[in-house]
Design a protein around this ligand. Structure first.
Ligand code: NAP
Length: 247
């Protein structure tokens, strides 16, 4: 078991789905957690679950696409916990449509939350993390950022951007002993994917060698590895958690 006793973790989009699973997993390894989400009620629920597990947790309403919100999230975390050891940029959305039908707002919103949101949170945390000369940044990308996907030009571009951002920041922050990595989940069962048509789910199963959908915990397990000392010599990497879909 990875021991993260008394580390401070901040997870965005942690009201439900993969983010909630990551927050709970980090708490089970010993972290105190700042739970951040645009959905305050959901964030509070996740925080209460963590407190019931015996760790400290607070929650903060954050729209990651707004720099002022990201700055407030980081300031609140530093005020309440004193430091941030692990930053998980998980908040993300889809607005799927074929490019021919995709409107400008669908493009802009997805880029603003998935890509600029990740930039905003890293940027706001930079000063304190660099000063500490230690830290882990984990960005949740997607396999479609690597392989593309019809109907997801906006989402695929945003996640490809997250991968480029991850590698660049890994190079900038490496000398300060901060590891920056990305996870590229495949098809994971959450609210985000629950309304996919059966034909799309079937198509996924056909190309997944492990022949099942992933669960939020499958992603959280890899976050645990990237958040702890077992990955101290790993940076700038994209780890696929996709049942072998892309290799
Ligand atoms: P989810 O169930 O939809 O949860 C996403 C959470 O992020 C929700 O609580 C949502 O709140 C919140 N959120 C939305 N916009 C936000 C914003 N502007 N600021 C802060 N929080 C915001 O999604 P998920 O499946 O757990 O996905 C988590 C991450 O994994 C995303 O980055 C996603 O792209 C990535 N991913 C998922 C899959 C998959 O198959 N599920 C695959 C690859 C990558 P609201 O409900 O209020 O909008």
């Amino acid at each position: 078991m990875v021991n993260l006793n008394d580390k401070i973790a901040l997870v965005t989009g942690a009201a439900r789905g993969i983010g909630a699973s990551i927050a709970l997993k980090l708490a089970s390894a010993g972290c105190d957690v700042m739970v951040s989400d645009i959905d305050l009620e959901g964030a509070q629920k996740t925080a209460l679950q963590i407190i019931e597990m015996g760790r400290d947790a607070k929650f903060v309403k954050t729209d990651v696409s707004q720099m002022s919100d990201a700055e407030n999230m980081i300031k609140t975390t530093l005020d309440l916990f004193g430091r941030i050891d692990i930053l998980v940029n998980n908040a993300g959305i889809t607005r799927d449509s074929l490019l021919m039908r995709m409107n400008e707002s669908e493009w802009d919103t997805v880029i603003a939350i998935n890509l600029k949101g990740t930039f905003n949170c890293i940027k706001a945390a930079t000063r304190s993390m660099l000063k500490q000369r230690a830290g882990k940044i984990i960005n949740i990308a997607s396999v479609v950022g690597v392989m593309g996907n019809a109907g997801q030009a906006n989402y695929s571009a945003s996640k490809a951007g997250v991968i480029g951002l991850t590698k660049s920041i890994a190079k900038e922050f490496g000398p300060r002993n901060i590891q920056v990595n990305a996870i590229a989940p495949g098809y994971i069962e959450t609210e985000m994917t629950k309304n996919l048509p059966e034909s799309a789910k079937e198509a996924y199963f056909n190309i997944i060698p492990l022949k099942r959908a992933g669960l939020p915990d499958d992603v959280a397990d890899v976050v645990l590895f990237l958040a702890g000392p077992l990955s101290d010599y790993v940076t700038g990497q994209v780890i696929h958690v996709d049942g072998g879909m892309v290799m």
